[in-house]
Design a protein around this ligand. Structure first.
Ligand SMILES: Cc1ncc(COP(=O)(O)O)c(C=O)c1O
Length: 423
């Protein structure tokens, strides 16, 4: 297909007229779709509910440790839940803390701890003047919000299909005020990229100038495959141990998108030293997490294979949704040179880049016609996409028909924006 920039004046006018006509038709059709957040659909949640029903009613709340899960105790989690997460993350049980329903809360608390009390015996970040974090962009808005909340300055580092730009990361960590970075190493939010072996090894080898540098290794999409052949990610702790760097990483995950968002179970994996410090803080913060929920989860999903089997059922629901969006993008925009995207093998998002630098305008056009997207800019710190290019598409919640309509609207909006940018 001819690129839009090579269109003659007449071709461009016809292209614009067609896009405008279709845009008006969609706008007048009363479309109302919310694609702003990556939420599992009601069908997925119903499937999870059925899996729990198999083990209901639970009459025996004894953990295998002999402890009553209805009572206080076992701050780091019940042994069977620790085993499950240890096996999922490929670490020893002693390096696991099982938390409450949200990994984000564990991440927030960890950063708060570093900020107010320091980590690894170092001065609290709040006493060290300006502290900075590497923000891998585009990225997850809620990571950026945590850093912003604590006044941690963020420095953007671009991601591509191999992961973050490691030359830039290796340069930035020479600055002792750079204290960490957020990574979503598998099926990154929003691009769906999985870090290559080389990237993981370079991260594992890092010797940052700051002794209190910590990578938030947010493995939120660890088994969230959409296709049978998913991506492979190296185990960060296996790699980091080779260089004596296991303290640099704190890994997080949860079952939010395996069982219930808001009612799942989260976990931290970290080195002996980090676990010791985190537990010392948790002892002050909470008596114990919801062990009844931990027990429900391990009874319904005793092994990692059981969790993976659940994800296969979800993939059957998610795949047609991703395919619906990607097919429309291909059909409408491929070859025009006005937008680019990547087809992920898993995760929850498609990252759509408007190469003409008019993402905000596209977002506005979509909103006016009834489609709510993740607010444009949110995939960058301070909600500022310097190139005004990135739009996060979250296909998990709407139906396939809604997604086709939404993707069509997005494409005609991108076409209108591209014509405007050219003129
Ligand atoms: C990368 C990433 N991390 C964490 C979360 C939130 O996880 P949780 O529900 O465990 O707090 C999300 C949710 O979309 C996410 O995309």
């Amino acid at each position: 297909m001819k690129q839009l920039k090579d269109f003659t004046k007449e071709e461009l006018a016809a292209f614009e007229a067609d896009a405008k006509k279709r845009y008006d038709e969609i706008k007048n059709s009363g479309l109302k779709i919310d694609m702003s957040r990556g939420k599992p659909s009601p069908e997925q949640i119903d499937i999870a509910e059925k899996d729990f029903e198999k083990v209901y009613p639970i009459t025996d709340y004894m953990s295998k440790s002999g402890m009553d899960c209805r009572n206080y105790g076992m701050l780091s989690g019940i042994p069977e839940a620790k085993e499950l997460f240890a096996s999922l993350l490929g670490v020893n049980e002693k390096n696991i803390i099982v938390g409450g329903n949200a990994s984000l809360e564990l991440m927030y608390s960890f950063i708060a701890q570093c900020y107010t009390h320091g980590i690894g015996g170092n001065e609290p970040w709040c006493k060290q003047g300006d502290v900075k974090f590497i923000a891998v962009v585009p990225g997850y808005d809620r990571h950026f919000s945590i850093a912003e909340y604590f006044g941690i300055k963020m420095v953007n580092v671009r991601i591509d299909k191999n992961g973050p730009d490691m030359d830039k990361v290796e340069e930035l960590i020479k600055d002792p005020s750079v204290k960490g970075m957020f990574c979503v190493p598998k099926y990154s939010n929003p691009d769906g990229y999985t870090y290559s072996d080389e990237t993981v090894i370079r991260l594992a080898k890092m010797k940052p100038a700051a002794p209190d540098f910590r990578v938030i290794w947010d493995n939120a999409y660890i088994i969230h495959e959409i296709y049978d052949t998913g991506d492979e990610l190296l185990n960060i702790f296996d790699e980091a141990k080779k260089y004596g760097n296991e303290d640099n990483f704190v890994e997080f995950c949860s079952t939010s998108k395996i069982t219930f968002p808001g009612a799942g179970v989260s976990a931290i994996a970290a080195s002996d030293a980090n676990i010791k410090e985190i537990l010392a803080r948790l002892t002050v913060q909470i008596i114990s997490y919801d062990k009844m929920n931990q027990l429900r989860h391990v009874r319904a999903f005793p092994t990692v294979d059981d969790l993976k089997a659940e994800m296969k059922k979800f993939a059957e629901i998610l795949r047609p949704k991703f395919v619906a969006v990607l097919d429309v993008l291909d059909k409408e925009l491929d070859g025009l040179g006005i937008a680019s995207w990547h087809k992920p093998n898993g995760g929850y998002f498609i990252s759509f880049n408007v190469d003409t630098g008019s993402a905000k305008y596209v977002g506005e056009l979509c909103r006016e016609a009834g489609l709510t997207l993740t607010s444009v800019g949110a995939t960058f710190p301070y909600k500022n996409d310097p190139d005004d290019r990135n739009i996060r598409i979250a296909p998990s919640y709407p139906s396939v028909d809604e997604l086709k309509a939404a993707a069509e609207l997005l494409c005609v909006s991108a076409k209108l924006a591209a014509v405007k940018a050219l003129s």
